[in-house]
Write a protein that binds this ligand. Structure first.
Ligand code: 13P
Length: 245
């Protein structure tokens, strides 16, 4: 049995005070049918970890080096010291705007695993690739390159987020989302074996909200969600938590 995982990706939203206020409102609603959490800014991690009893707190990025001349970057060791247990890597916004690529994302995944921190490893195709029927090839390539040299893939959470569904209100149908998460699982099976593929958690992300979370969660290959916009309001996130019961 795979225990689902639902993470709100706040992106560049919420001050430290706003993060703590949100956590104080939401934390008591968490139940054990799934793992629930939020990915805050680096600045809000410490206060959020202290405020959260039930929500898991994730970072949104990290560097793969331990220390050095990397202005503006944050190492896994720095996150580990705070008690961070999850880090999003390879989000399409970082790939598109900040130069992250399969190779650097792979280094981040390996570094996180070496420190016992769970990578939430994001993949997904652009609208042009979707329209050109390249989705399957893109997904398989991102999975195999991003997870190269991983020893235990069950320690990674994979988030399939079609770029055309992120922040657009245009969510993938549950059939498309399930098919694509199934392709991810099949690629994991080819690379790491059927037993690992059966265990690995695969999230769908892209315009998930209280109105559609249940239909995604009912699908065979979808083990949770990575949620942007609908994770920013406490009421909306509480509603999602209630619907996953
Ligand atoms: P939205 O839920 O706002 O579409 O964002 C999805 C996302 O990018 C989560 O990482």
């Amino acid at each position: 049995m795979r225990k689902p995982i639902i993470i709100g990706n706040w992106k560049m939203n919420k001050t430290v005070k706003e993060a703590v206020e949100f956590i104080e409102k939401v934390d008591g609603h968490v139940h054990d049918k799934a793992t629930f959490g939020v990915a805050t800014s680096f600045l809000a991690l410490d206060a959020s970890l202290k405020a959260a009893k039930n929500l898991v707190i994730s970072a949104q990025n990290c560097h793969y080096e331990t220390s050095g001349a990397f202005t503006g970057e944050v190492s896994v060791e720095m996150l580990e010291e705070l008690g961070v247990k999850y880090v999003i890597v390879g989000h399409s916004e970082r790939r598109e705007m900040f130069g992250d690529c399969d190779c650097s994302v792979n280094k981040k995944v390996l570094k996180l695993l070496s420190k016992g921190v769970t990578p939430i490893f994001c993949i997904g195709e652009t609208e042009a690739q979707f329209d050109a029927n390249e989705t399957e090839a893109v997904i398989r390539s991102q999975v195999s390159k991003g997870l190269k040299d991983v020893q235990d893939v069950t320690k990674v959470v994979i988030a399939y987020e079609p770029i055309w569904a992120i922040g657009t209100g245009k969510s993938a149908t549950k059939e498309i989302a399930n098919t694509c998460c199934g392709i991810v699982r099949d690629e994991v099976s080819k690379l790491f074996g059927a037993e690992a593929a059966e265990k690995v958690l695969i999230q769908y992300g892209g315009s998930v909200k209280p109105e559609n979370i249940e239909e995604y969660m009912a699908e065979e290959h979808i083990d949770g969600a990575l949620i942007g916009g609908a994770s920013l309001q406490a009421e909306s996130f509480i509603s999602i938590i209630e619907k996953v019961k």
